[in-house]
Design a protein around this ligand. Structure first.
Ligand SMILES: Cc1cc2nc3c(=O)[nH]c(=O)nc-3n(C[C@H](O)[C@H](O)[C@H](O)COP(=O)(O)OP(=O)(O)OC[C@H]3O[C@@H](n4cnc5c(N)ncnc54)[C@H](O)[C@@H]3O)c2cc1C
Length: 596
């Protein structure tokens, strides 16, 4: 291979400038470390900017609350697949990271007494499930926007170095398996570079674009997952994908759960508030997996709205135009722009839409990536951290509660930063790069550049998304999943045969898309193979074949399946590891049947 590859050295190389990447980089840059942050887009265009509803923290500003309640709700929300040490850590740290963000200049909405405004959110309760609590710290319905801009400004002040429109391609591991850097494509020039780091931190966000109907940004192609998978690192719990109950029908755009937090109601074709039947206590504010299934059930039983009876109405007309303008201004705009509906006057059509991946790259509570080795299921991989949606720590288990992702970014971004600062990286020297450091990436690019026939990336990607949508939806069946495994395996073969027509170097977006498809396919394979193997229903993974029985209420089978899935790209094989039911300081929340 003759291409010239430049090398730059940093203490830490962070891939991703969303909330998690920038929370980590801030901690590092402030400590005087030499930090590079790579992003496919300008930092403030990362998907975190689209987060609407809020950040969960038991501040108790508007109703009685404490972190024990938050801890309990999160364990229950996770359907007992979350690791209770990580959940305790996150819920205890929550007030601290929110106040810190406030002091960074985050423009939260305010109560009359000056404290941060908090709204109710799905699955968040007081007194262990008794009643909804106001826990979501919000800046109108633009919380992620406010948060990402706040973090960006603080990073500029701390002199973090940004590499904007640089796409990381592959992890570089040396002979001992330590991670020593990444390769990256500079989009403007088409050149490949090595960014050598004493540590690499992946913060690449989710892979929501493996599905056809998604609330996610187009850049959410699971690049960090692909990089990890190709480097021999397993992906954890990828069968668990959250459907958000309220994506705009036919558009996919999200309407925040904050709508229901502010009092919006889901209604079927008869105008009935059907959630009262399914979840008498929490009603419309039950967790997302539960509400999505109820909506699907209503549609299946013929009570969907519209000429095709294929959606549910979200009714906000009783909230009043003033509240909507103040608390939900973006939702008001989305109604006009994507559904041609004035939400102050009429209900808006919604359907459950793919929103969030609960699984990801396995880590511990310091953000260190872990994988099984020599009998230890959680052996640390030197030089590699992961935080945010691409990571699986695992606080969300089988189903995430709304507002717990922004919280996850702040808590674990900060924790990873602190852990690296404590490691005194400034004093350590770089490990040597292996001679073949860039070879894998150069070979991937060369294959595309030398291709003369084959399929276009877009066509393969569209088929992949359609297959995932069809075979891994809100309700799954074993047969659907098994067929999905075969279909995705076929598509994986087609990915190897993608061709590039335009071979120019400068800002060649076709090349970027082709490289992204190589990441999408890893995330899709991980999802469908892990899902077909899990013979139970838990959280967002609901399989009709494993229904409610006296031995296994709601289809959950703790004896056999209370364990984390690990999927390896090589050999498309699975492994499992135990769930950590032991919190750090408090008593474990023992498994029970989830009712709301
Ligand atoms: C519409 C919407 C609303 C949401 N609302 C809420 C909410 O109210 N509360 C809540 O808690 N959660 C919410 N979520 C979830 C939450 O926003 C996300 O999980 C979270 O923001 C992800 O943050 P992140 O830092 O992990 O990644 P992202 O913000 O997605 O950032 C990923 C970064 O990685 C970069 N990147 C990716 N691949 C590469 C590569 N190969 N090379 C270089 N850079 C790369 C991207 O450029 C980007 O900078 C919402 C999600 C969506 C989609």
């Amino acid at each position: 291979m003759t291409a010239k590859v430049s090398t730059r050295k940093f203490d830490v190389v962070i891939v991703g400038a969303g909330g998690s990447g920038m929370r980590a980089s801030l901690q590092l840059a402030r400590a005087g470390l030499n930090v590079a942050v790579l992003s496919k887009v300008f930092p403030t265009r990362s998907h975190t900017v689209a987060a609407q509803g809020g950040i969960g923290a038991s501040l108790g500003n508007m109703s009685e609350d404490n972190w024990h309640y938050h801890f309990y709700d999160t364990v229950k929300g996770s359907d007992w697949l979350g690791d209770q040490d990580a959940i305790e850590f996150m819920c205890r740290e929550a007030p601290k990271v929110v106040y810190e963000l406030e002091h960074f200049g985050m423009p939260f909405d305010r109560n009359a007494d000056g404290t941060i405004y908090q709204r109710p959110f799905g699955g968040h309760t007081a007194n262990y499930g008794e009643k909804p609590v106001q826990r979501a710290c919000a800046a109108a319905d633009r919380t992620g926007h406010a948060m990402l801009h706040t973090l960006y400004q603080q990073n500029v002040k701390a002199r973090t170095q940004f590499f904007v429109e640089w796409m990381a391609l592959d992890l570089i591991r040396d002979a001992e398996g330590d991670v020593v850097g990444v390769t990256a494509l500079e989009m403007e020039t088409g050149d490949v570079h090595i960014l050598q780091g004493k540590t690499v931190l992946l913060a690449t966000g989710g892979a929501g674009r493996i599905f056809a109907a998604s609330t996610n940004a187009f850049i959410n192609t699971g690049d960090g997952l692909g990089m990890a998978a190709r480097a021999g690192i397993p992906l954890e719990d990828m069968e668990f994908w959250q459907f958000h109950p309220t994506g705009v029908h036919n558009a996919g755009v999200l309407l925040t759960e904050g709508c229901r937090g502010e009092g919006a109601i889901l209604r079927n074709a008869n105008g009935e508030r059907f959630m009262e039947r399914y979840a008498p206590t929490l009603k419309d504010l039950a967790p997302r997996d539960f509400v999505s299934r109820c909506m699907d059930q209503e549609i299946k039983e013929g009570r969907g709205c519209g000429p095709n009876k294929d959606y549910i109405n979200l009714d906000m007309t009783h909230l009043g135009a003033d509240t909507i303008a103040k608390r939900l201004p973006s939702v008001l705009e989305i109604g006009h722009n994507f559904a041609n509906v004035d939400i102050t006057k009429e209900p808006i059509p919604v359907v459950p839409t793919i929103h969030y991946q609960m699984g990801g790259i396995p880590t511990n509570i310091h953000g260190q990536v872990v994988a099984p080795k020599n009998g230890n299921p959680n052996e640390i991989i030197n030089g590699l951290y992961a935080v945010g949606e691409c990571a699986c720590v695992s606080v969300h288990g089988a189903n995430r509660l709304g507002t717990n992702s922004l919280l996850d970014l702040l808590v674990f971004g900060r924790a990873a930063g602190n852990h690296l600062v404590a490691a005194d990286l400034g004093k350590r020297s770089h490990k040597a790069l292996p001679a073949d450091a860039a070879d894998r990436s150069l070979a991937r690019l060369a294959r595309l550049d030398n291709s003369t026939s084959g399929e276009y990336a877009q066509d393969v990607a569209n088929d992949l998304r359609a297959a995932m949508q069809q075979h891994a939806g809100v309700f799954r069946t074993q047969a659907m999943l098994d067929q999905g495994v075969a279909k995705i395996a076929e598509i994986a073969q087609r990915v190897k045969n993608i061709t590039l027509k335009d071979k120019s170097k400068v800002f060649n977006t076709a090349r970027i898309e082709a490289l992204e498809v190589e990441n999408l396919i890893e995330a899709a394979q991980a999802t469908i193979v892990s899902a077909a193997a899990r013979k139970e229903s838990r959280g967002a993974h609901t399989v009709n074949d494993y229904g409610d029985t006296p031995a296994h209420p709601n289809g959950r089978n703790d004896e056999e399946w209370m364990k984390h899935t690990l999927w390896y790209s090589e050999g498309n094989r699975l492994d499992y590891k135990p769930v950590n039911l032991k919190p750090l300081t408090v008593e474990s929340v023992p498994p029970k049947v989830r009712t709301f």
